[in-house]
Design a protein around this ligand. Structure first.
Ligand SMILES: [Zn+2]
Length: 309
């Protein structure tokens, strides 16, 4: 796993680690899907490395075990992970609960050779109890501990937590970094260009499209139906019927892709800013309706006819 970009952020992290404090608390802040978690893991490797070199020497036993943890996460392997590194994520992508934090705090206090690391990803999803428990730990962190919180929305985190962490800001990925990352993943040139154009500095949408090509295809079909002047009731009814089989999240992704396409076409003057504005309003209404249980097919048709008539 290569880290692309974020040179400044990495440099600041390394400067801090060189201070040889007995404990560290970081907050990594920036868009989703730009590599904050991977850099958090590599920061853990730097902290645990026997030689305390760079982002890990890559050769000692600790580096090897952290590499196993990284490979288990990104390559779905089943290797022996580093025993002194723990990652806390929201349960069902919804909430980080107090029992998860309690367990993590117990873990931080256990004795170990070099120290303990916890990474709390999507820290904005900690509930109140969990946040308070983290705050208490940050006020009196155990010796030889590294705590990293990652977030895309620091406004949803207690200010008292923020003030106890060294904040590292992560910028959106550069176009060339995204393009190169896609090429590394084996995406062919033309496709990589399109995905880069839709990325807005994050790998979230490109990754979802790589997992399911249909999401992009349907977004394009919808775009074509919206962009032509005449009304095509049969086409939209057929398309909505097909999309009705999607999960809610997949439908939302299709509309996120469509939003990016429309935005680009608006900037190029190919569609009117009014259509784009109306689309933003209508798609918000559509998403709410689908979340409330309105049949997906009807919600999509509703959006189309509201925009076209
Ligand atoms: Zn090492």
């Amino acid at each position: 796993m290569k880290i692309l970009g974020h040179e400044e952020s990495k440099e600041i992290i390394r400067l801090y680690l060189d201070k040889n404090y007995s404990s560290y608390s970081f907050l990594f802040e920036g868009k989703d899907c730009i590599g904050k978690k991977l850099i958090a893991l590599k920061t853990a490797r730097a902290f645990l490395c026997e030689k305390n070199y760079g982002f890990g020497c890559g050769e000692c036993n600790d580096c090897r075990l952290v590499n196993n943890t990284i490979s288990n996460i990104y390559e779905k392997t089943d290797l022996t992970p580093h025993p002194d590194l723990k990652i806390i994520s929201p349960e069902n992508n919804k909430e980080i609960k107090i029992n998860q934090i309690r367990e993590a705090i117990q873990f931080l206090k256990l004795k170990s050779k070099k120290g303990k690391v916890i990474i709390i990803e999507k820290a904005e999803k900690m509930n109140t109890e969990a946040s308070n428990a983290v705050l208490k730990t940050l006020e009196e962190p155990p010796e030889n501990s590294l705590i990293i919180l990652t977030t895309s929305n620091q406004n949803a985190i207690l200010p008292t937590i923020l003030s106890r962490c060294k904040k590292i800001k992560f910028k959106p990925l550069k176009k060339e970094d995204i393009f190169n990352l896609l090429k590394l993943k084996g995406v062919e040139e033309n496709k990589a260009k399109i995905l880069t154009a839709l990325s807005e500095g994050s790998m979230c949408l490109p990754a979802k499209i790589m997992e399911n090509e249909n999401l992009f295809k349907y977004a394009k079909d919808l775009y074509n139906l919206l962009a032509i002047n005449s009304l095509h009731p049969e086409s939209i009814i057929n398309l909505a019927e097909l999309m009705d089989k999607f999960e809610n999240q997949e439908i939302f992704t299709v509309f996120d892709i469509l939003e990016r396409i429309l935005h680009r076409k608006t900037l190029k003057g190919e569609i009117s800013p009014e259509l784009y504005e109306d689309f933003l309003t209508e798609s918000r209404i559509m998403k709410k309706a689908i979340e409330k249980g309105v049949k997906k097919k009807l919600a999509i048709e509703g959006l189309y006819f509201n925009l076209k008539t």
